[in-house]
Design a protein around this ligand. Sequence first.
Ligand SMILES: [Zn+2]
Ligand SMILES: [Zn+2]
Length: 138
Amino acid sequence: MPKLSGSCLCGAVSYKGEAEPLFAGNCHCTDCRKSSAGGHMALMAVPAPAVEITGDVKGYEMKADSGATVTHHFCPNCGSQMYNTNTNMAGVTVLVATTLDDPDAFQPQVSVFASRALSWDQPNPATQQFDEMPPMGD
Ligand SMILES: [Zn+2]
Ligand SMILES: [Zn+2]
């Protein structure tokens, strides 16, 4: 299984673990753009028990289009976004893949909310693209 470790910019918050990602993709939605300060957010969902998070994070809660409450967890010292949790996905931690020590541990499979992608940050052509959020089957 891929080894996952990462940290925020200042190092106060870090995580490590080992998991086969449940989801690895880029999200081009407006919330991700604003919260990440980038054109999209690189997200990797893993089973929550698979990663151990060290350091205190601060959480910002908001309602997503889906009606779920999404909490953005970030380092209160340097502001790096570390992971999200979502009331529709209990037991899942959605890591912000740009915090990985080894960025190649993230291999995006899909681009979601591709319809909202910016002219200067188009969806990765190597990924499967969805205009909105695809239905999450199980
Ligand atoms: Zn930090
Ligand atoms: Zn998003």
